[in-house]
Design a protein around this ligand. Structure first.
Ligand SMILES: CC(C)(COP(=O)(O)OP(=O)(O)OC[C@H]1O[C@@H](n2cnc3c(N)ncnc32)[C@H](O)[C@@H]1OP(=O)(O)O)[C@@H](O)C(=O)NCCC(=O)NCCS
Length: 398
């Protein structure tokens, strides 16, 4: 294997073909061109065997909403190793190099969607957000009447949807303000990604909210048997959220409404008369990795005051290992190296899991990952890492 280095611009076509091979797909020029509007060659890494690309990795620039702020997160993507070169430690080398590069570039946090959860925990990623996959019977009743008058179905465009997101993004950890390139990525709708459903549609509630969705028209022996596929719902007020869901649930000829990747605190479940009818299944979503522990911890805010010494282990980023005094308060947080005894011992994975407020440190402790040495430290720190606003949710796989 050659040394790992970034791809040059004219090598990205071969890199994408290698990625598709590793994922078991055919190369697709439209998919590749879309990815390349967002991925800079200097943010990629590759490895070769002779002239053949055998490994790829990269990251997108994500101004991610975190509790109380925005962090320049590296949205890790394109991670692949050729089927002929697996289990030889190549992705381990790629991940190590990428973490070192991110640290050198001053990027405190990385985040990714894992094709399989088992891959990234060893590299220090923790489950930072969760999601619900729902399958609601069409027409499912709410506990209160909702007036859907005034909604409009439109062609989804950046112009129509962006004002809502720009206004709301700061209240949604796990979302990010979308550039025009990211809107194009969100609305990218080639036929091979539709699974036989319609093109993407938008229902808009003035400038209060929107839902992106498709419908699949099917017929069975008992008559209409279609379903609605919900892609993204964003509303600025509870009534608008309820109106959008009511609309999605009440489409003629549809028997079911399928929403993959809904927030764990989706208002839908609070609106349904029979919440269990949504058949909500929990799944991991965004995996988060603190590349620079103190740099990351001081960039979010904390709802309560705590002063705690954290003993952190980090197999891949030795600069993070050691004891850190974290002090949180109304004026922000400080995090400094210390030789004082630890109140809590944990791995960098646990801090990644807790960073967006989506997995509590108490939960990680219940699984045996976080160990308390000063009574009361776990409860106080777990509450401080929580977030009183909306649960973290990542609306888009990248
Ligand atoms: C996942 C993938 C990148 C791993 O690459 P690799 O070079 O074979 O990984 P490594 O040899 O460095 O393995 C590192 C460790 O992870 C483990 N591992 C690798 N892939 C794994 C998987 N899919 N599930 C569980 N463990 C895995 C290895 O067993 C090894 O464990 P060890 O250190 O205890 O021996 C590669 O199999 C691949 O390209 N898969 C298809 C595409 C994909 O899923 N990419 C990830 C996108 S999010």
């Amino acid at each position: 294997m050659t040394a790992i280095r970034p791809f040059q611009a004219d090598e990205l076509v071969a890199a994408h073909a290698a990625l598709e091979l590793a994922f078991g797909s055919d190369p697709n020029a439209a998919d590749r061109d879309m990815d390349l509007t967002l991925l800079r060659p200097e943010d990629t890494l590759g490895a070769w065997d002779g002239d053949t690309v055998i490994a790829t990795a990269g990251y997108y620039d994500l101004p991610l909403t975190v509790p109380g702020g925005v962090v320049d997160v590296a949205g890790v993507t394109w991670v692949s190793v050729a089927p002929t070169h697996r289990r030889q430690g190549i992705v381990t080398q790629l991940m190590q190099r990428q973490l070192a590069d991110l640290h050198d570039a001053g990027r405190p946090v990385a985040a990714l969607w894992a094709s399989e959860g088992a891959i990234y925990q060893r590299f220090g990623y923790g489950p930072g957000s969760w999601q619900l996959n729902v399958e609601v019977p069409a027409g499912a009743a709410f506990t209160r009447p909702v007036d859907v008058s005034g909604l409009r179905v439109v062609q989804p465009t950046e112009q129509a949807l962006r004002p809502v997101l720009d206004r709301e993004v700061g209240g949604h950890p796990g979302w990010w303000a979308r550039s025009s390139e990211w809107w194009a990525y969100r609305l990218f709708d080639p036929e091979h990604r539709r699974g036989g459903s319609t093109t993407l549609r938008a229902v808009v509630d003035g400038d209060r909210g929107y839902a992106l969705y498709r419908t699949k028209n099917e017929w069975g022996p008992a008559g209409p048997n279609g379903h609605v596929v919900v892609v993204e719902v964003l509303a600025s007020d509870p009534e608008s959220e309820a109106r959008l869901w009511r609309f999605l649930l009440d489409q003629d000829l549809m028997r079911q409404v399928r929403g993959w990747g809904q927030p764990v605190d989706s208002p839908l479940l609070q609106l349904l008369s029979e919440p269990r009818s949504a058949q909500a299944r929990l799944s991991d979503a965004l995996w988060v990795r603190l590349v620079d522990v103190p740099g990351a911890l001081v960039r979010r805010t904390y709802p309560t005051e705590v002063e705690v010494v954290l003993e952190v282990t980090d197999r891949h980023c030795p600069w993070n290992s050691g004891r850190w005094r974290l002090a949180t308060g109304a004026g922000g947080a400080t995090c400094t190296a210390t030789t004082d005894p630890a109140d809590l011992s944990l791995d960098v994975r646990d801090l990644g899991a807790a960073y967006l407020g989506g997995t509590t440190l108490a939960t990680r402790a219940a699984a045996g990952w976080v160990v308390e040495s000063s009574p009361g430290a776990l409860a106080a720190t777990s509450v401080a890492f929580g977030w009183p606003g909306r649960a973290p949710h990542c609306p888009m796989v990248f």
